[in-house]
Design a protein around this ligand. Structure first.
Ligand code: FES
Ligand code: MG
Length: 585
């Protein structure tokens, strides 16, 4: 099914073939036309405005979402652009989900946000949409919605925070959040020093400024063609983001005029470009789940194998934390995503169309790298391979991921005995127990932290190093789970093990003392236990009791797909793809 680039008539409906969608509301002769005009004009819009393309601006401002705290200002610049280009802006909200607060995890709400956004787009007199996103799950939710609604759409991300600064050191959220709390726990930082670090690390508007999930998804929005060139890396408080916001507002009106839609842009080739950019950037493992989900909305199957193929032949070029040295601010100064894509040009599908109305090749024609230490060349990469490897083996028949660019060199090939935790609660209760039978060669295994198990795969795959080992100087160990990790985390973390333990995947059968082998070069993840023994254990396995008996959580737990299928709800996929995936054909 790869290569579906044709936009069907069905996808275009309701569309400009019969005039703008908004005309159906505002030019109607009968009662409802009267009501639409009257109610709209009461907000100050004029009869003249009602003849213009209506641009919905999805403003996800929320004081519960720090990464979007500046959106009410940014949205004004989008509106300027819309007015200038002859459109009429109408702002609307959806839910907004920020990483720090949402419990149990924002991943539980990503699909809800995607549904909210899609339905808002479809239900209103909107001819085109500007999607303001930023924090980790918001941009994927909006891209999923855009793929499904297929109305002319353009993404404007809020931009990364400025670098944190402390004692001449550049700090990054949240890579350094781990470091500070770890050193505090190890007794090397006082409470006062920790508080000073808290103030210094996040000092401006914007999302996390390392190549975490937010920066990865912003890069993907650009690479896949859905955001204007340069959008991802401009720091949130930089005036140039305001300029870009205005251009975004102008451009959406142009997209409506040309009837250029998400499915004209987000093709299988464009998804490959997004994967290449992710791999060359040392991007977040979360991006894989999101890209599979976005592809699914487009009716495209995107097996994990494709990520590994492209990763194997895409060098790591971007020297950004957590894999490298710098942060988004330096990336911006070095030329941002357009410069990175220029370096990658021989590997990209240059013909892909973008929201500029031009191709990737045309967009990056004059891009160049301004700092060679930040963005490397294909000839002198940081690593000949991309950042993420897909592992396979009897422990993960449907795959698992490891961010190989963030693994300590000594652990890329490792064999050790399992120390098993049955759930996130069990982990929290026992990890620092002085009596825990563990050493630096052990493999820490966490079960029941997957899509249905935890629920919603919280970012707890960075299993903490046991205190007693920390105090002995151990800073990395092989750790394995069906959870996710934050895009900013670091270490030998095998995650997204599928199928998950909670549905009886092989992970459910691992016991203390079992030998586990990881070989990143060979892409191998093996549980060295004889099949007869595993069969015996399988017979005695009981599924954990469900987390919810009502509400959205219940819907999530009933209908969420496994990690390798993107964790979307089955019923949100196009019917044909859904049936193919669920019958396993
Ligand atoms: Fe929003 Fe990190 S908390 S991007
Ligand atoms: Mg994150």
């Amino acid at each position: 099914t790869r290569g579906d680039t044709v936009v069907t008539e069905e996808q275009r409906k309701p569309g400009p073939s019969g005039g703008l969608r908004s005309e159906k509301y505002f030019q109607e002769k009968e009662l409802w036309g009267f009501i639409h005009r009257s109610f709209t004009k009461s907000m100050g819009y004029t009869d003249e405005d009602l003849k213009k393309p209506v641009i919905g601006i999805c403003n996800t401002f929320s004081e519960l979402n720090k990464c979007h705290s500046h959106f009410n200002e940014l949205v004004e610049y989008v509106k300027r652009g819309v007015w200038q280009a002859g459109g009429v802006p109408m702002e609307f909200p959806t839910i907004s989900i920020g990483e720090p607060y949402v419990k149990p995890t924002t991943m539980l709400l990503r699909n809800l946000m995607a549904m909210d956004t899609e339905e808002m787009m479809k239900a209103h007199p909107i001819d085109g949409v500007v999607l303001l996103g930023g924090c980790d799950k918001t941009v994927p939710a909006q891209l999923m919605a855009a793929a499904s609604a297929n109305l002319p759409s353009i993404v404007l991300t809020g931009g990364p925070m400025l670098n944190g600064r402390l004692n001449g050191r550049s700090l990054g959220a949240c890579t350094d959040c781990y470091g500070f709390t770890l050193e505090h726990k190890a007794g090397n930082l006082t409470d006062e020093e920790l508080a000073v670090a808290e103030d210094a690390i996040c000092r401006s508007d914007g999302h996390c400024m390392v190549m975490g999930t937010a920066s990865t998804m912003a890069s993907i929005a650009e690479a896949i063609g859905m955001a204007l060139p340069g959008c991802a890396a401009i720091p949130a408080p930089d005036s140039r983001r305001k300029h870009l916001a205005e251009r975004t507002g102008k451009q959406i009106v142009e997209l409506v005029r040309r009837d250029l839609r998400p499915r004209d842009i987000m093709t299988a080739d464009a998804i490959d470009n997004a994967i290449r950019v992710t791999m060359a950037s040392g991007g977040s493992t979360n991006a894989i789940i999101h890209l599979v989900a976005i592809a699914g909305r487009l009716g495209l199957k995107l097996p994990l194998r494709r990520f590994d193929e492209l990763s194997a032949e895409t060098p790591l070029l971007l020297n950004l934390r957590p894999s490298g040295q710098y942060q988004m601010e330096e990336y911006f100064e070095a030329g941002g995503v357009p410069a990175l894509m220029k370096e990658l040009e021989p590997l990209l599908n240059g013909d892909c169309l973008t929201v500029t109305g031009r191709t990737i090749r045309e967009n990056i024609a004059s891009a160049r790298t301004l700092n060679r230490d930040v963005i490397r060349s294909l000839e002198a990469p940081l690593d000949p391979q991309g950042g993420i490897a897909v592992l396979q083996g009897n422990l993960a028949p449907d795959g698992a991921l490891i961010k190989q660019s963030a693994v300590s060199p000594g652990l890329k090939r490792h064999r050790g005995r399992a120390v098993v935790f049955d759930s996130p609660a069990d982990l929290a209760a026992r990890i620092d127990d002085p009596a825990l039978d563990v050493d630096e060669n052990s493999v820490l295994v966490l079960k029941n932290a997957g899509p249905k198990g935890a629920p919603a795969m919280p970012e707890i795959g960075q299993i903490p190093i046991p205190s007693k080992l920390l105090k002995r100087g151990v800073r990395d160990m092989v750790r394995l789970s069906d959870a996710r990790i934050s895009g900013t985390s670091y270490g030998a973390l095998v995650v997204h093990v599928a199928p998950e333990a909670a549905i009886g995947g092989p992970l459910a059968l691992v016991q203390d003392g079992d030998e586990i082998e990881l070989d990143i070069a060979e892409r191998r993840l093996a549980l060295l236990v004889p099949e007869e023994e595993l069969a015996k254990r399988r017979q005695g396995w009981q599924p954990p009791s469900p987390h919810y008996d009502r509400g959205y959580g219940y819907l999530f737990q009933e209908r969420v797909l496994q990690a390798n299928l993107g964790c979307d709800f089955d019923f949100l996929l196009p019917k044909e793809l859904r049936e193919e995936l669920l019958t396993g054909k």
